[in-house]
Every structure is written in C-alpha cells, then in structure tokens.
Ligand binder design. Structure first.
Ligand SMILES: C[S@@+](CC[C@H](N)C(=O)[O-])C[C@H]1O[C@@H](n2cnc3c(N)ncnc32)[C@H](O)[C@@H]1O
Length: 261
C-alpha cells in the first residue's frame, strides 16, 4: 500500500460515483444542518475529509472548514470542485496530526473512525480532537453499530448490499474486533474488488474513549435528523462535548461543567 492508504488514485477516481447515494442532498443536507448548528460562529474540523462530500456544502453555509486526510488522491478530487480551493487541508493521519487554531466542532463521518484499526489509535484520535476543540466544543461521529446480532454462530460473513451492480459483505473477525468490508462492483462491464480492513467499535466503547479524552456524551441519535437511537438502530450519530468550565481555577479546583443544550 502506498502513502495514500486504501483511498489511492484508483479508489479516489471512482469515489463519488461509487458512493453516489451518500452524495444525495437528502443524505448530505441533514448532516450539514446539524454540523452548522454545532459550529455556530466557530470553525469546523473534518477528519478524513476525502473529496469534500460534507466539507464543501458546510463551507458553502459559511462555516470555515479545515480537513485532515491521508490521501493526496482524495484531496486532489476535492480541490477540483467549486469551492475546493477554500478548504484548508492538512495531509496526515487524523489520530495524530495537529492543525493550527481551535474549533467549535470536529467530526468524522461515514464510518471513517473505523479506519483506525486499533483501540490505541481510536483513543489517540479522541485525545487529538479534544486538544483541538474550544471549551464547550463538540466531537461528532457517524458510525455503524457492529452487526454481530445478524451473524449466526460459526459464521463470519454479513451481507450489507446485493444490488444489480454492487455486492458488499463484511467479514468479521470477532476475536480481534475487526472486519474486512468487501465490495464487488461492476465497472465498465468488469467486476472490481475493493476490500477495506477496519476496526468496529461499540457506542459504549466510544463513550469511554471520550471520557479518557476529557469529553462527555451530549447526544446520541440514529441519524442526522435526530431520530431516536434504539436497540434496532444500525448506525449512530454521537455528539461528545468538551466541558466549558465556568472558571479557570486549575485542575484541582475545577467546578461543574456548563452543559449547552
Ligand atoms: C470513507 S472516506 C470518507 C470521505 C468523506 N468524509 C465522506 O464522507 O465522503 C474515508 C476518508 O478518510 C481518509 N482516512 C482514512 N484513514 C485515515 C487516517 N488514519 N488519517 C487520515 N485520513 C484517513 C481516507 O483517505 C478517505 O479520504
């Protein structure tokens, strides 16, 4: 694998087309709405900004957005789009990369937190985000709920798409809390394969990572329109908050945080 990771030139060239349903305004609109609300008058930091699916419309709403991404190929696609030049981007790993200034909201969407393949890296990501947030700022994660309830004993494969031109299944390795997401797509009459290894992660485990980073859960929804999160939810949009201390009294004398609602 090269410097661009799994999202190399070949993947970047087809990314928008292969994820077309995620570019639907009905999908993007509510995400941008909630992120703009959380950003308020501040700046937004997107981890894994990719080709700008969310960053571009969020910036068009007047929110200054900065992105981090490993893949120069993905970012080149962002740059080609109208408004793409106005998004600041830092090339690097979002679990460790630092960016100048602070942000009122940081976010990582479309299961991208799972691209960090160890618990240590995911914890590092929360800590890195907390270091970039203003007091009272929020970290938003959109990620699937692991589908172990759909996996019969002894099985490892979980089909998530079987359409005319795309077949997708996740191959679970339960002992190591990981999976490989396999995609087979028809491209110009040929079948192309894309297999992405990731670490699946539970909502409660993410809450603990937030706690380790000094943040606390503020809201958890099953979607961007603030649909309730239930036992049947297949994904969640979670918002953790970096507490806004009522006064700077030093670590041993901190008072109760003010929780914004
Ligand atoms: C599924 S795409 C999502 C892109 C965009 N956020 C969207 O919603 O369309 C994941 C992106 O995260 C980037 N990425 C994956 N792991 C990363 C890491 N550890 N550090 C920085 N970027 C990473 C990939 O290069 C890719 O652009």
């Amino acid at each position: 694998m090269g410097d661009d990771g799994y999202f190399d030139e070949g993947v970047a060239a087809r990314y928008d087309e292969s994820a077309a349903e995620m570019f639907d305004p009905a999908v993007v609109g509510p995400a941008v709405e909630l992120l703009a609300l959380l950003a308020g008058n501040g700046r937004a930091l997107e981890l894994g900004v990719g080709t700008g699916r969310i960053a571009l419309p969020l910036a068009a709403r007047g929110v200054p957005v900065h992105g981090v991404d490993l893949s120069k190929a993905m970012v080149a696609r962002l740059r080609e789009k109208p408004g793409g030049d106005e998004i600041g981007v830092t090339i690097g790993d979002f679990s460790t990369t630092t960016v100048e200034g602070t942000f009122s909201v940081a976010y990582v969407v479309f299961n991208t937190i799972m691209n960090l393949r160890t618990q240590e890296l995911q914890v590092a990501c929360f800590r890195n985000v907390a270091a970039h947030l203003e007091a009272g700022g929020c970290f938003v994660v959109e990620v699937m709920v692991p589908e172990l309830r759909r996996l019969p004993a002894g099985e490892t494969m979980c089909v998530f798409d079987a359409s005319e031109e795309h077949w997708g299944f996740d191959e679970y390795d339960v002992a190591n809390q990981s999976l490989v997401s396999h995609h087979f797509s028809v491209v110009d009459g040929r079948i192309e394969r894309f297999s992405l290894p990731v670490r699946y992660v539970w909502p409660a485990e993410l809450d603990l990572m937030a706690e380790l980073a000094g943040m606390r859960l503020r809201e958890r929804w099953s979607g961007w329109k603030r649909e309730p999160f239930t036992s049947e939810s297949r994904q969640h949009v979670s918002v953790w908050e970096k507490p806004a201390w009522t006064g700077d009294r030093g670590d041993d004398q901190q008072v109760e945080p003010v929780v914004r609602r």
